[in-house]
Design a binder for this molecule. Structure first.
Ligand code: ZN
Length: 216
């Protein structure tokens, strides 16, 4: 549980009025604390993707809602859903159940492709490379930050001969860097912008008071 405070109030204002993010605050997906983002920035709000998977039956509903935001005509074109390990792969694995419902029972089933991450770079095993080859692929992740993960996964899909048609995520932090932007449609279930809550490490008040850095 999160205790109410100025931080939570600020966080709630950043929710864009979206009920899903209110739920994520209660489930500890959006957490308060002294956070090192590893890029010279510190902050006091963090999205903990692991908390998403702890309450899976709740998140399963969110996955279905996320897919409902995609136009049906585009959703019907998708042949493979791919996602990076760890977070995105879980969401991708369950997504064909949603997409198969848009097709006749005799149509080919939607397939899943796992993308492994090694030092921030995407790699596909031959089994999954074969799955995406010549197919229209949707790429999903739990949280989009700088867009780096989507970018490297898109490269892996293209290298395997797949055609990336759309990216989707549950939470978009709106921090995508120009060098990682992709030229395909994107769908976010929710948007959570914490830009105004980030400070350079040397200006971090928590650091000055010796508040321990949070671990997940
Ligand atoms: Zn700090």
């Amino acid at each position: 549980m999160i205790t109410a405070g100025v931080g939570v109030e600020k966080a709630r204002r950043g929710l864009n009025g979206h009920i899903v993010l209110a739920k994520y605050l209660e489930h500890g997906v959006v957490v308060e604390g002294h956070v090192d983002f590893g890029n010279g920035l510190h902050g006091n709000v963090f999205i903990n993707p692991h908390a998403l998977f702890r309450d899976w039956s709740e998140i399963w509903q969110d996955i279905q809602t996320m897919w409902e935001k995609l136009p049906t005509t585009l959703a019907r074109d998708i042949q493979v859903v791919a996602g990076p390990l760890t977070g995105g792969a879980f969401i991708a694995l369950w997504s064909p159940i949603v997409l198969d419902q848009l097709h006749a029972p005799a149509d080919p089933r939607i397939q899943f492709a796992m993308i492994e991450m090694e030092n921030g770079n995407a790699k596909m095993k031959p089994t999954y490379a074969d799955v995406v080859k010549g197919k229209k692929v949707a790429l999903v992740d739990d949280v989009r930050n700088t867009g780096r993960t989507f970018h490297t996964c898109a490269q892996a899909i293209t290298k395997a001969g797949g055609e990336l048609v759309v990216t989707l995520c549950l939470i978009d932090r709106k921090q995508v860097r120009p060098e990682f932007s992709l030229d395909v449609s994107h769908v976010s279930l929710t948007v959570y912008d914490v830009e105004d809550r980030l400070v350079p490490q040397d200006k971090c008040v928590d650091c000055q008071f010796g508040v321990p850095i949070m671990k997940f």
